[in-house]
Design a protein around this ligand. Sequence first.
Ligand SMILES: [Zn+2]
Length: 442
Amino acid sequence: MTSPVPMALPERPPFTLRAAVFTPRQAGGHMHLPDARVEVDAAGRLASVAAWEGAPGEVIDLRPWLLMPGLVDLHAHLPQLPNAGVGAGLDLLTWLERYIFPLEREFDVATAEEVAPAAFRAFARAGTTTVVAYGALWADSLDACFQAAEAHGIRAVIGKVMMDRLSYDTDRDPREVLELSLRQSTELCARWHGRDDGRLLYAFTPRFAVSCSAEMLAASARAAKEAGAYWQTHLSEDRGEIAEVSRLFPDATDYTDVYDRAGGLGRRAILAHAIHLSEREVARLAQAGAVVVHCPSSNLFLASGAMPLARYLSAGIRIGLGSDVAAGPDAPLFSVMRAGAYTQNALRSAGLTDAPPLAPADWLRLGTLAGAQALGLDDRIGSLEAGKEADLIAVDPSLTLPLEGVGARAHDGPDEVLSRLIFRAHPAMVRGAWVRGRLLPA
Ligand SMILES: [Zn+2]
């Protein structure tokens, strides 16, 4: 039975909700409360998350919905969203040429003003309350993206794409491109990094080693460190790409070493994909504390490969999830979790791993608290625990039931509910998403 939509969800704090709660816990494990009281104070913080005890005061009753922490998407491309789902069967480099570079080339201010607000609404609809995104090459379009995020209310880490090789900024010579790109990135970072008490953050964004000189990689890494900002790029996604990187950087030991030599690796390095790594690279990434963003739906869509998640987790690499829209066809991280689970099952059935499968709660942790930890924001977000900022979502599990009009079975517990959220995700099941207790337009 589909539960009725309440007349109005609270749009700003303070408010108190009554609903089920499922959340990973900072101290490890998770907490499930079948009937809970969640208080958000006037500052947009979680004042308390506890079992329902019928205390007095005005309460918005969302039962039988489930409250969870907002999802943290560590890898997406704002200009690419209009092409999500097209280009099936192409490899990475062909797909970029045919479907992506043209979109990014045309991503001017007017396009950004149209696409970015729609993209943030789509993320909110998907339950994503924090998104780490690439913009395009043009600095003024980045201002438009940040302005859209500022107005929308989503928590966002965004960066201007930097490329001084294969750049579609063809009017300038590469040396000039490097200087201009660095200056514009530094100015954007000064303008936006930390805006609204840290809700908006900046990531220096050299696209990947194929399209960046060693000088650009090093200069961007240095600038990110000086500003205390993030440094994001792609690593070891596709075999054709890896071959090209070893041709371009013959002195480097491997792909990871290209970024290491640039001074890029560290706890603020956010590396998307990292599928085909040697033991040396795995050990080095773990030692450096760099973040690997697992983007399984993108990896399956472009046939890039199957990331050995269990191996990386046991090596101690910091890992979160990314939609990688538009190489990933879908913004919702629930779809990404499903693709990730299928990928792990495929590795197991092919005899390539004997690690036990992740439970639904493990996938939820990767998409929430682990993402917050990857960004160093887990003191603020990532779980529903008192004192954190109220980045949360309300999900309607009834929409995931297999048979319309047939209710959940009495023995269904959190494992069954979470399993269906992942494997039978419904586009409307996220009924509300809040950042600091402010309802995001969806
Ligand atoms: Zn990407």
